[in-house]
Design a protein around this ligand. Structure first.
Ligand code: ARG
Length: 602
């Protein structure tokens, strides 16, 4: 029953019309109140409110009349059909300054038109109090976002770049929604690759003290060489396997060499994070090592673990392979660490929502250990109740040839080079437009960076993350279409209009009124007011593309407004400047949530 969760009395509803940020929720509250009067006692009903499609009458519609009719007809109701139910829903709507009109159409759709005056007032208030007052409130206090998570000494590839970009955006959106976020870099620093890496290191550098980054040179090449040796030399292979056991058993010499390799990798990863301005706290696989045995013990005591061909596994309904937790040689697996990390996050870190960002290829792994955790009673059976876990999967990055993205020269793509190239290209484009003559070198560099990195991020985020995306510099750096460049320029143009007006916008906010009298102004205003509900939707479905779509729409609506209405020098100048400023504020917040640095000049 919807009413059980939204239990405000009708009287308080009518009074509370101050905008709390989520427009759809505000409208829902009004219809909740109306339905409570309209519906006979004891009828359960979930309020159905949706934003009206463009071109339809009304801003929001309530779709309950039809469903309600089928529940109450033939039960002595006074209503004659769905339209009559709709009429009653409309009539029983509490008085609210939010509402301009409410009417019924067709088989009983109740269309609500918001008051333009109220809309304008709510935007004015946001301009004064700041956009953080629009932040959604989610039903969780603390969450983990497990993202980026490359593997030490192995390649940090474009898949990790996607994870870094998507994870950072999700973390930002949740942080804005007042959730405390533990940004976790679950680096692969404990796997079997270390056996061969360490043995190879001891061979090359008998004195491990002499090992430095420059001595090892490129860690990926080092990894490849050790792998070749591992595959070709049986003696080396045996030594490598023993090395893993010594490392995991805590042998100081092995631990020291291991730490050195990790340090070198970390420096490499940091270059990418620093360019992207992404913050992460490393708690790699090794961190959970001391807890694994206990966690496996707990699962065992719950009767989850069985023997199978010398290994210890968990059989799970719906999967044709079991989840392996202890190998036949006693070693632990990826899943053992993930189960332990989950236990730690739930019990030690008290996270209520744990979000994992990896390619869809790992979906089965996540589904399996999530299921094991449910079986152990760590998580509720329903996957939308808290504590909650979600695997945020994403598709591949493709090259223009439709195959996995590679660079021409080598089979690995160095992420640092990739980002640098985006910046260089955006700088070249700015120079072609003569900006090197207008701006200081710092301005040129900062803009090139904001645009270049922003383009890479936005190209990744704008499509549904599950689809593969094609990495193409020309497309992402184009100033036309749905690109970061286009959006950043749109924002800069708004800022330049405000600058050219010569007006002090902070003063206008306090002294002038905003009016949404013309259809284009009103459509833009309505879109601004839908910002928070959009962020909330993007958060609950973990879909950054929802926010990208919103941002692109916003700039389109702004263009429709600006191409018809004069701002500077018009009788409505003050009001329109406020509308420009509100658009710029919301755009900047979108950029911020997407991890893109806004630019103010173009
Ligand atoms: N290191 C893994 C990889 O590169 C990703 C780890 C994702 N996080 C996790 N808790 N399993 O594929």
């Amino acid at each position: 029953l919807a009413f059980a969760t939204r239990s405000k009395s009708v009287a308080t509803m009518a009074a509370s019309q101050e905008f709390t940020g989520n427009l759809k929720r505000e409208v829902e509250k009004l219809f909740d109140a109306s339905l409570r009067i309209t519906v006979p006692d004891g009828t359960s009903v979930e309020t159905e409110v949706a934003a009206s499609l463009p071109g339809k009458p009304g801003d929001y519609q309530c779709n309950n009349a039809m469903g309600l009719w089928s529940v109450i007809k033939g039960k002595g109701t006074q209503f004659r059909g769905p339209p009559a139910v709709g009429q009653a829903i409309s009539k029983n709507l509490p008085a609210s300054e939010m509402v301009e009109t409410c009417s019924v159409a067709g088989p009983g759709f109740v269309n609500l038109v918001l008051s333009s005056k109220w809309m304008a007032k709510s935007i004015e208030k946001m301009l004064i109090d700041g956009i953080d007052t629009w932040a959604p409130t989610l039903p969780v206090k603390r969450a983990v976002v497990d993202f980026s998570s490359p593997n030490i000494a192995k390649e940090m590839h474009v898949g990790h770049l996607r994870s870094t970009i998507i994870g950072d955006t999700l973390a930002r959106m949740l942080e804005y929604s007042k959730v405390e976020i533990l940004r976790r870099n679950h680096v692969g620093d404990w796997g079997t690759q270390f056996g061969m890496l360490l043995e190879y290191l001891f061979e090359k550098f008998p004195d491990t003290e002499s090992v430095t980054e420059t001595a090892i040179g490129d860690l990926q090449t080092f990894y490849k060489k050790s792998k070749t040796k591992f595959d070709e030399d049986p003696d080396f292979k045996e030594k490598a396997q023993k090395a893993v056991v010594r490392l995991q058993g805590g042998d100081p010499i092995y631990r020291k060499a291991w730490a050195k390799i990790c340090e070198i990798s970390r420096t490499e990863f940091a270059k990418v994070y620093q360019r992207l301005k992404v913050e992460l706290e490393e708690k790699g696989e090794s961190f959970y090592n001391p807890y694994i045995a206990n966690v496996i013990g707990e699962l065992d005591s719950k009767g989850l673990i069985e023997e199978s061909e010398g290994a210890r596994v968990i059989f799970l309904e719906g999967f044709n392979i079991p989840l392996m937790v202890v190998k036949s040689d006693g070693g632990f697996k990826y899943a053992s660490t993930d189960l332990t990390a989950l236990w730690y996050r739930l019990n030690e870190e008290k996270a209520e929502w744990i979000v994992y960002v990896t390619d869809v290829g790992q979906q089965q792994h996540f589904n399996m250990f999530f299921k094991a955790a449910r079986k152990a009673g760590w998580l509720p059976d329903s996957d939308k109740t808290y504590p909650r876990v979600d695997h945020v999967g994403f598709g591949l990055v493709l090259g223009d040839d439709g195959k996995r993205f590679r660079t021409r020269s080598s089979d690995v793509v160095r992420l640092v080079d990739l980002l640098d190239e985006a910046k260089t290209r955006s700088k070249t484009a700015l120079i072609e437009r003569g900006k090197d003559k207008e701006w200081t070198p710092e301005e040129l560099d900062q803009t090139a960076e904001a645009v270049g990195y922003g383009a890479v991020k936005y190209a990744d985020l704008k499509n549904n993350r599950l689809t593969n995306y094609t990495f193409n510099f020309d497309q992402m750096l184009s100033d036309k279409g749905n690109t970061a460049v286009y959006l950043l320029y749109a924002h800069a143009r708004i800022c330049s209009i405000i600058r050219k007006s010569g007006k002090d916008i902070d003063k206008l906010k306090k002294t002038e009124k905003l009016a949404l009298d013309h259809p284009e102004e009103r459509a833009l205003g309505l879109h601004l007011l839908r910002f928070a509900e959009t962020v909330e939707e993007a958060c609950s479905n973990l879909l950054p593309n929802v926010l990208c779509h919103y941002l692109y729409d916003l700039s389109e609506r702004y263009t429709s407004f600006y191409s018809i209405h004069q701002v500077i020098g018009s009788p409505e100048e003050a009001s329109r400047l406020l509308l420009c400023e509100a658009t710029a504020v919301v755009m900047r917040k979108c950029f911020h949530l997407l991890g893109i640095t806004p630019v103010y000049k173009i």
